[in-house]
Design a protein around this ligand. Structure first.
Ligand code: ZN
Length: 142
């Protein structure tokens, strides 16, 4: 297990831009505010989205396209560093007009309206590196 102690930095609340990609906006905000590590959550609605499902045997991501408006029921994740740049990792639960939930790794999503909370974490850099066991980019000891 890798454990890092952090202290709390800034708390940001942001209204995301209509029509823009949620992941790009979070990435851009982290860069603009020079946030290297944070916990984040968001709620709102997306006009379309793409979720990912990681197949642990083939170690490849499958894509789940959602080409209809959905509620962003919840979106949780973090920002850490990958190749020295802020990297957003979020998972989301999305609901359709019947209340059915789609869930997974959020690859992209066009914002209809969304509210973001970011809790900056201050301490040593948390950097993602390729992990040979999982095939994922995981936080490293360094
Ligand atoms: Zn993920």
């Amino acid at each position: 297990m890798l454990i890092r102690d952090f202290r709390q930095g800034r708390c940001l609340m942001a209204r995301l831009d209509h029509g823009a990609d949620i992941i790009s906006q979070i990435t851009d905000l982290a860069k603009e505010k020079e946030i290297k590590t944070c916990f984040l959550s968001a709620v709102g609605a997306l006009s379309r989205a793409e979720l990912g499902y990681y197949d642990q045997v083939s170690q490849k991501y499958g894509k789940i396209q959602i080409d209809e408006p959905v509620e962003l029921v919840t979106c949780l994740g973090n920002v850490s560093l990958r190749d020295g740049q802020p990297f957003v990792h979020v998972h989301a639960a999305l609901s359709d007009r019947e209340g059915r939930i789609y869930g997974g790794h959020l690859n992209s999503g066009t914002v209809f309206a969304a509210e973001l909370y970011m809790q900056e974490l201050l301490g040593l850099n948390l950097e993602r590196v390729p992990d040979s066991i999982t095939g994922l980019n995981l936080w490293s000891e360094e």
